[in-house]
Design a protein around this ligand. Structure first.
Ligand code: CP
Length: 308
């Protein structure tokens, strides 16, 4: 039994194996009518609990569909509807759920909640996003890059905007997949210094460059995300927008990247804020492949957790 909680604690060889499995699972479905089961029905007889304490479209649907394609069944739970949202401890919830289900996927606020769930659960736990990290998303992003351009090793990835939870998982992935990562954004919204220091101590080529044009020069992949994450205060909206406007990914900024650079956004997007529609729908963009690959990578992650 293995948990999928964050990228930094998983062996690089396992992460690469998961991506390979996801690519094979995707290929094996090409030509299948939508909704058909995978031929090996690896999760036959398995029940997966999907717990959401925050909103979701992609994570909710892709996990649910992925389990069904593999022959398993899901129970989708909202944190508020559970006793968890009304005072029951995470530890007790984890122990109880472990008597009913074979796997738990949790989207929650605090990283500590996820770790407590994993500590007390007797079934694998998968991180479906916390305020600090989003490892399933980054695995889908790397899969998408490699599907289009081959190995990500040694490539220059530029994150433009807010140094948020998705960036943190990118920083952990840079170490495991050996790519160069540059953050460009305002000083006030730069990533958690502990994330940068840890990556640098482990030899990761990670840097901060506040000038977006200098940062993006010769990038192989440009990534951005919404300027207001789910855990950010709406009252900070105007201030954040003013600070982040120079980092909008638009045609002019992207012209400084390599001519064959890819553009990614984990979605949901606020079109014409963090990236223009012209870029999102343009020739560099692979945002919908990226969204699709959440399905394939999470199937591979669930199989890895259950040793299937
Ligand atoms: N990218 C992502 O996690 O999307 P959802 O919030 O819709 O799940």
């Amino acid at each position: 039994m293995a948990n999928f909680l964050d990228i930094k604690n998983i062996e690089s060889s396992d992460l690469k194996k998961i991506i390979q499995t996801a690519l094979e699972l995707k290929k094996s479905r090409s030509g299948l009518t939508k909704g058909a089961f995978d031929s090996d029905r690896a999760l036959d007889g398995h029940i997966v609990a999907l717990i959401f304490e925050k909103p979701s479209t992609r994570t909710r649907v892709s996990f649910d569909v992925g389990v069904r394609q593999m022959g398993g069944q899901t129970i989708v739970l909202s944190g508020n509807d559970m006793q968890l949202g009304h005072g029951e401890t995470i530890a007790d919830t984890a122990r109880v759920l472990s008597r009913y289900v074979d796997l738990i996927m949790l989207r929650t606020y605090e990283e500590a909640t996820l770790h407590e769930m994993a500590q007390f659960a007797q079934v694998p736990v998968i991180n479906g996003l916390t305020n600090f990290s989003h490892p399933c998303q980054i695995m889908a992003d790397i899969m998408t890059y490699e599907e289009h351009r081959g190995s990500i090793k040694g490539k220059k990835i530029v994150w433009s905007g807010d140094g948020n939870n998705v960036f943190n998982s990118f920083a952990q992935a840079a170490e495991k997949f050996d790519f160069n990562l540059t953050f460009t954004g305002p000083e006030t919204l730069k990533p958690d210094s502990k994330v940068i220091e840890r990556a640098q101590q482990n030899g990761t080529k990670i840097s901060i460059e506040h000038n977006p044009i200098l940062a993006i020069k010769d990038a192989d992949l440009v990534v951005t995300d919404t300027w207001i994450s789910m855990h950010d205060l709406q009252s900070a909206r105007e201030r954040r927008h003013n600070q982040l406007r120079p980092y909008q990914v638009n045609r002019e900024l992207l012209s400084h990247a390599k001519s064959n650079a890819l553009f990614m956004h984990c979605l949901p997007a606020h079109r014409d804020e963090e990236a223009t529609s012209e870029v999102m729908d343009g020739k560099h963009s692979v945002i919908f492949d990226e969204a699709e690959n959440r399905l394939h990578i999470q199937k591979a992650i669930m199989r890895w957790c259950l040793e299937k």
